[in-house]
Design a binder for this molecule. Structure first.
Ligand code: NAP
Ligand code: HSE
Length: 429
């Protein structure tokens, strides 16, 4: 071993950075035993060095100059927990070019720039780790890359956004409206002040782009992930779903079949007996199906100071072990293939459709005719309630092509007897 200790530079000391600091300090002795050398934080980059961080930090530890970390020859590993693309990407690339291994929790940066970061790591003999970028404290990147590497992964289905899972749980268990559930999530500090990335599905889409790239060994870009958030989900839909023995979840779905791969994020009806159905509140879970292992599921806290820092520090310890042994490339890019990603129109699933229609003879027949003409086969039709001249009907289809369903809906929306297509939710059996 050429080194007797490992020095870490921390870029950022917000929620996750604070957790990393705490774990490295509180568990220092055990970490030293497991790594084979002490692992210490040498410098921390922040914007505001005068901010109260609720920690006793030694004098001179904080800096507002990224160069104090990136260009410091004593620092072996840089931990990027700033968030966003810039300056996180610029600092990360500069650190790798200085031969420092990089640990990041930044899904935005990995989903959009993973390729160039891996390239920089490879060219400069260092490693890149990003376990915390997907599902916080839950180990999923390393299990996919290492423990499950023998498998051909067929499918990964996950609840990978804690905020929306919390909201849907409250809407389901307490009958809260979307706005009430969002306000509660914000009050509890789960949702961001601007919760768009959570409720519109962007956060989950970034995580699924990363997961799918690793699971299927091909680079899946954010643009290739179909995305629909939970903003249209109502308590009525959740109630009707329950009557049909389903729960409503925001799912990230990545599947490989003979005609290509598909990666999508959208709300879905999930059977009550599916292993992901009881995953409630802010918890995350990821269900993986491999040809050899069968089904495995990972469950835990997908966000928060210590759970996320747990994954970051685990990565720091791996990077430290490699640094001590003077080896690199142990965490190299696994996207060696180039697979076809199917457009959403070519995917198929079942659908729940809620319609508000005129309550008179022949209306249902005219709707069924349009579905039939577009190869959309119906599995069940339930008339919910009638108010004056209108009726609410809920239809569930058999598995059909998305393109056919959308073609049918375009025509149905124009029928004079249809007041409104109130909602369409995919059903994942
Ligand atoms: P955060 O609380 O907003 O903290 C960001 C930190 O970075 C702050 O200390 C801030 O400094 C510093 N910073 C930001 N921009 C800077 C700049 N231009 N120059 C210097 N310092 C800068 O963020 P977070 O929640 O810890 O998240 C960090 C990363 O972890 C993100 O990529 C996020 O997606 C990821 N992540 C977070 C969670 C979670 O539960 N929070 C879970 C999984 C992954 P000041 O303190 O001085 O303002
Ligand atoms: N905003 C994310 C969530 C946590 O609610 O799951 C960070 O990935």
């Amino acid at each position: 071993m050429s080194k007797s200790k490992i020095n870490v530079g921390l870029l950022g000391m917000g929620t996750v950075g604070r957790g990393v600091y705490r774990i490295l300090k509180d568990n220092r002795a055990g970490i030293e035993q497991k790594v084979g050398a002490p692992v210490d934080i040498k410098k921390i980059l922040v914007r505001d060095p005068d901010k109260d961080r609720g920690l006793e930090l030694e004098q001179g530890l904080l800096t507002t100059e990224a160069g104090d970390i990136i260009n410091n020859p004593d620092i072996d590993i840089v931990v990027e927990v700033l968030g966003g693309i810039n300056p996180a990407l610029e600092y990360s690339l500069r650190a790798l070019k200085q031969g420092k291994s990089l640990v990041t929790a930044n899904k935005d940066m990995i989903a959009a720039h993973g390729k160039e970061l891996f390239q920089a790591a490879g060219e400069n003999g260092c490693d890149l780790f990003f376990e915390a970028s997907v599902a916080g404290g839950i180990p999923i990147i390393r299990p996919l890359k290492e423990c499950l590497a023998a498998n051909r992964i067929r499918q990964v289905i996950g609840i990978v956004n804690g905020t929306t899972n919390y909201m849907l749980t409250r809407m389901s268990k307490e009958g809260l409206t979307f706005d009430e559930a969002l306000a509660q999530a914000q009050a509890l500090g789960y949702a961001e002040a601007d919760p768009t990335a959570d409720v519109a599905g962007h956060d989950a889409a970034r995580k699924m782009a990363i997961i799918a790239s690793i699971a299927f060994n091909t680079r899946v870009s954010l643009e290739q992930v179909f995305l629909e958030g939970i903003t249209r989900i109502t308590t009525e839909d959740i109630k009707y779903a329950a009557e049909l023995n389903y729960v409503v979840k925001l799912l990230g779905i990545a599947k490989e079949s003979d005609d290509g791969i598909e990666v999508r994020v959208h709300p879905a009806l999930l059977p009550e007996d599916h292993p992901l159905a009881p995953v409630d509140d802010v918890y995350n879970a990821i269900h993986v199906s491999g040809d050899a292992v069968g089904d495995v599921m990972f469950f835990g806290r997908g966000a928060g100071e210590l759970p996320t820092a747990s994954a970051v520090v685990g990565d720091v310890m791996s990077a430290a072990r490699y640094k001590l042994r003077d080896v690199s490339g142990m965490s190299s890019c696994t996207c060696y293939g180039e697979k076809y990603v199917k457009p959403m129109g070519l995917t198929s699933t079942k659908y729940y459709i809620r319609l508000n229609v005129a309550d008179r003879p022949g209306v249902l027949a005219s709707i069924a005719f349009v579905f039939g003409n577009n190869d959309v086969s119906l599995a069940s039709v339930i008339q919910k309630h009638t108010t004056g001249q209108a009726a609410e009907i809920v239809l569930v289809t058999h598995r059909v092509l998305e393109k056919n369903l959308q073609d049918a809906l375009r025509i149905i929306k124009e029928l004079s007897t249809v007041n409104e297509v109130s909602n369409v939710i995919r059903v994942e059996d």
